[in-house]
Design a protein around this ligand. Structure first.
Ligand SMILES: Nc1nc2c(c(=O)[nH]1)N[C@H]1C(S)=C(S)[C@@H](COP(=O)(O)O)O[C@H]1N2
Ligand SMILES: [Mo]
Length: 406
């Protein structure tokens, strides 16, 4: 397939042409030589991205959306953020791909081909909000190291696959099972094949929820390579780092999974409030579980100009990790007063909810529209950036846009 051949780094000497042009001395190319034209692939072409997506880093590729790009109810591939800890796998042989279930807490190790997974188990589809734990990191002060995500590291695509709990039942897990951890085929940035870029997981009770899938389709097509082709774990409502891409193994553990990026400051936050910049001892850090309540105004785009004689219809999405969003509000007076938005129920658990409101402005001028979601436990999004933490996770501050009314 074309999209994979871009990433494949060897064997170009067998290529006679590129983009219709002959490689004149192709036969002279040293074996395994990577031609320049393939060294710096254009990520927009490579991943089929909307031209307004923002590339934060290209080794590994980390790319985010902007609020107005996320207007669709189901996020299309072209507008989905991409977050990689290592290098996207180069060679994917689907005929030989196996998903192996192992670990201390399986009675016997078992492996499944893609064909077996698809035919032996019932398939389910859910729309699932996946948000990077570091979404919003760019606003922390002092700054936290890592990709400086603004607000665009979230998507809600439709995922189809089989329930992880159905596989675990088929494997027969032992009574002492408490956690599952994923293993995948992406490559550590150092190139060291003995190191995993990331190997995270979830507690068993999250693993056996109906919506926790081993997915093989996204938006009714095979999963795009950047998002985990051919198999991806989907554990919605938790930091998206729990949803392993390119997975070929799941370990059923009798203790908290101890794979790469499960310890230290990775995807963990202090157990108590700390002052900005404070050093937090490792034993005082806890794993991020359900993500906090959050929302985005996806229409209009910040900076838009409107006519005073017309009412403005705003819209967007809200989500609340494992919870539902109960109320959605907006303010045009810098938070002095809040008005209710119309809020839809999620299409299924763990999917974002759509909201809209009709705004009548009192007079011409500059306005800010602030949006605030409140979850079913009555927790509201904070107006300001919440609790500083060493890696800058969980910034769920209210989204604000500026508009001009003339
Ligand atoms: N194998 C593997 N799975 C992974 C990652 C990765 O680097 N390797 N990144 C994780 C992180 S941190 C996030 S936020 C999501 C990003 O998913 P996306 O690229 O499909 O948007 O994938 C998660 N799953
Ligand atoms: Mo992430």
């Amino acid at each position: 397939m074309k999209r994979r051949s871009f990433i494949k780094k060897t064997g170009y000497s067998s290529l006679a042409s590129i983009a219709g042009m002959p490689i004149v001395f192709a036969a002279k190319m040293p074996k395994d030589y990577e031609i320049l034209a393939f060294q710096d692939p254009d990520p927009f072409e490579l991943f089929g991205l909307d031209s307004s997506m923002v590339v934060l880093n290209n080794r590994p590729f980390n790319i985010e959306a902007q609020a107005h790009l996320l207007d669709d109810k189901v996020t299309p591939n072209s507008k989905m953020f991409i977050r990689n800890n290592g290098l996207i796998p180069k060679e994917i042989n689907t005929d030989q791909w196996l998903l192996t279930i192992d670990g201390e807490s399986v009675s016997a190790i078992k492996s499944y081909s893609l064909e077996t997974l698809r035919t032996k188990f019932k398939s389910y589809s859910y729309q699932v909000t996946l948000e990077c734990g570091g979404n919003g990191r760019s606003e922390f002060d002092p700054p936290a190291k890592g990709n400086q995500w603004t607000i665009g590291a979230v998507h809600c695509a439709k995922w189809t696959g089989i329930r992880l709990k159905d596989i675990l039942e088929d494997v027969e897990i032992k009574k002492d099972a408490v956690y599952i951890g994923y293993h995948a085929t992406d490559v550590h940035l150092s190139g060291d094949v003995n190191k995993e870029p990331i190997s995270r997981g979830v507690p068993l009770d999250k693993a056996i929820q109906d919506e926790t899938l081993i997915a093989y389709m996204m938006n009714d097509k095979p999963i795009p390579l950047a998002h985990g082709y051919p198999l991806r774990l989907i554990a919605g409502g938790w930091p998206a780092s729990a949803s392993g891409k390119w997975i070929n193994r799941i370990s059923v553990r009798n203790k908290e999974h101890d794979g790469s990026k499960m310890k230290g400051t990775s995807y963990r936050v202090p157990k108590y409030n700390v002052s900005p910049g404070e050093d937090v001892p490792e034993q005082d850090m806890k794993i991020i579980e359900s993500m906090p309540v959050k929302s985005l105004i996806t229409y209009p785009k910040s900076g838009a100009v409107f006519n005073l004689t017309k009412e403005l219809n705003i819209r967007g999405h809200a989500w609340a990790g494992e919870l539902e969003v109960a109320k959605m509000q907006y303010s045009i007076d810098f938070g002095a007063t809040w008005q209710a938005c119309t809020l839809e129920k999620p299409i299924n658990r763990l999917a974002w909810q759509h909201f809209k409101a009709q705004i009548k402005f009192p007079q011409a001028g500059y306005y800010e529209i602030w949006a605030r979601a409140i979850d079913t436990e009555n927790t509201a999004q904070p107006m300001l950036v919440p609790g500083w933490n060493p890696k800058g996770y969980l910034n769920n501050a209210c989204h604000r846009i500026a508009v001009k009314v003339v």
